[in-house]
Design a protein around this ligand. Structure first.
Ligand code: G4P
Length: 539
């Protein structure tokens, strides 16, 4: 049985102001190309913070303890993590909020939403693979959103690339200057520990069985390290000096401005370097700052409560078919039970049921502060991007939806279950699981589902059958591109082959094209047509 101890939201802060509480918070996400070790690191971080005593309690991956929901079974079977959990723990006087992101590239839209809710990101690289396609996209998204990134080179216990080569790759391909805080002693596959570049000490690691308990880190002064590790130490010192000569030294301002990325080396599976990452997060990662509203005006941390929805998740618990809206608190103090205003509708919303979701575990949240993530239960009216506030109105910027590249017509297998079908489709659209498009021509019984990655369809189909009791058939459509359009242009597109216009559930009109040739043809034939690109998953 796993013991769970955690810092309840705001446990130490009831006396403090929202601003003071925000100052001791770090809200971040771990991001990576799939398989770089994100789930392993998440567990290792929690383990280090002594939230859990033994690794394996968060994601319930295959072979570990089972998870609550049936669609999580799908994640287990595929070895991926679709559902995100927000994890809060206390560490060194700081409240750490780790917002988990889905591992698979098909769910990059979800990852993007999570990145709207964090103040920094930890980018995990596989030492053997370096920068992978999803790594590049995520670095881009972080730059776009101005999120400072801490890079962790993971799996140093296995043969991999040379450390200097990795640094070159980061600088050349991401444009970020890598500023290693630690430097490996021993090549990848012969990991002895790291040189702490800030103190000059050797941090020696000791292996524990399967990395299941917190690995002790022993600090050894430089002279003793030289005697003990010989050439491996000398090489590390020389390379570190080389980095210094090249100006690859941490600079807090440059890091916060998104110009540099501090780098750490470690092995999540063996718990090497994980404690150092936590220390770096506490010391260097930014605390929540006043958030800008849609007009670009920052709302003070001490202003009355405000938050925005960055994720909606349903079907977490098969016993209670509920729906959770995850909000990030931006200002003020959240107090459970307060009636807040839903900015989109102006209607009151009672926050009677508020939870912190930790893997399979849920716990009621009574108080939360800027930077914290709260799961609001049965928040049926809330959509991703919606703002909530008390007293002084605020609307935070919308979270853009990605350009879908896969399209399929969705029909109920059993026409007698149309009511369930409609409810399910509506919910999936609200959650952003898939985008839902319709047209008079196709009718409401045959909406078109649009996705960034095909696995979103699998989740939608699985949930329609399992959760909403309306099994569906999906027929793929031969489109691969979407553009925003208007009614005027839509009229002119009627009858063009390889083009179709549908209305998305948020009211936007989308023109779908078979391929980019079809699109350029239309753009050439109708030069004044209104056809605007959507945010691409790759931007
Ligand atoms: P993800 O969430 O980023 O997709 O990655 P995940 O943590 O599931 O890790 C992917 C694989 O890499 C797992 O192996 C995991 O054990 C391994 N791994 C993670 N960190 C390290 C590390 O520091 N060193 C080494 N050597 N391996 C690491 P798997 O065989 O796919 O799964 P499992 O059965 O071990 O869980």
């Amino acid at each position: 049985m796993t013991t769970v101890e955690r810092a309840p939201a705001g446990s130490a802060g009831n006396a403090g102001s929202a601003g003071a509480e925000a100052a001791r918070r770090r809200t971040f996400a771990v991001i990576s190309h799939p398989d770089a070790g994100k789930s392993t690191l998440t567990e290792a971080l929690a383990l280090h913070a002594r939230v859990i005593q033994e690794a394996g309690a968060i994601h319930g991956k295959a072979g570990r303890k089972s998870t609550v929901s049936d669609w999580m079974d799908m994640e287990k079977a595929r070895g991926i993590s679709i559902s995100s959990a927000a994890l809060q723990f206390g560490y060194d006087g700081t409240v750490v909020n780790l917002v988990d992101t889905p591992g698979h590239a098909d769910f990059s839209e979800d990852t993007y939403r999570v990145l709207a809710a964090v103040d920094s990101a930890v980018m995990l690289l596989d030492a053997a693979k370096g920068l992978e396609p999803q790594t590049m996209k995520l670095f881009d998204v972080c730059r776009h959103r101005g999120i400072p990134v801490i890079t962790v080179v993971n799996k140093w216990d296995r043969p991999g690339l040379e450390a200097l080569q990795l640094m070159d790759e980061i600088r050349d391909r991401t444009g970020l200057e890598p500023t290693p805080l630690t430097w490996p002693v021993g090549i990848a596959g012969d990991f002895r520990g790291v040189l702490d570049r800030r103190t000059g000490d050797f941090v020696r690691f000791t292996r524990t069985a399967g990395g299941a308990t917190v690995a002790p880190e022993e600090r050894v002064p430089a002279e003793a390290a030289a005697a003990r590790e010989g050439e491996a130490w000398t090489t590390a010192v020389e390379e570190s000096e080389l980095l210094e000569a090249m100006g690859q030294v941490h600079d807090q301002e440059a890091f916060l401005a998104g110009a540099t990325t501090p780098v750490l080396f470690g092995s999540a599976v063996l718990n090497f370097g994980v404690g150092q990452l936590l220390d770096v997060l506490v010391q260097l990662a930014p605390a929540p700052a006043p958030r800008e509203d849609a007009k670009g005006e920052p709302r003070d941390l001490d202003a009355p409560f405000s938050a925005f929805v960055f994720k909606i998740q349903a079907g977490m618990d098969t016993q209670h078919r509920d729906r959770l809206a995850y909000v990030r608190v931006c200002s003020g103090v959240f107090e459970r039970g307060t009636v807040v205003t839903h900015a989109a509708t102006g209607k009151p919303f009672a926050t009677k049921y508020a939870q912190q979701v930790f893997g399979r575990d849920r716990e009621t949240v009574d108080t939360a502060f800027p930077g914290d993530v709260v799961g609001l239960v049965n928040a049926n009216a809330l959509r991703v991007g919606d703002s909530l506030y008390v007293e002084r109105p605020v609307a935070y910027p919308e979270i853009p939806s990605f350009a879908p590249e896969h399209f399929a017509v969705c029909r109920a297998e059993d026409s007698g279950r149309y009511k369930q079908f409609r409810r399910g489709i509506e919910q999936l659209a609200q959650e952003g699981t898939v985008q839902v498009l319709r047209s008079d021509l196709r009718g409401d019984q045959a909406p078109v589902l649009a996705a960034v990655g095909p696995m979103q369809f699998e989740v939608a189909q699985h949930r329609m059958g399992g959760e909403f009791g309306a099994p569906v058939r999906l027929d793929h459509l031969p489109y691969s591109l979407a553009r925003l359009t208007d009614r005027e242009t839509a009229k002119r597109l009627v009858g063009q082959s390889g083009v179709e216009v549908l209305e998305r559930s948020d009211g936007e009109l989308l023109a779908l094209f078979a391929d980019k040739w079809r699109l350029s043809r239309v753009e050439r034939d109708l030069p004044d047509a209104f056809l605007v690109p959507l945010v691409a998953a790759t931007s």
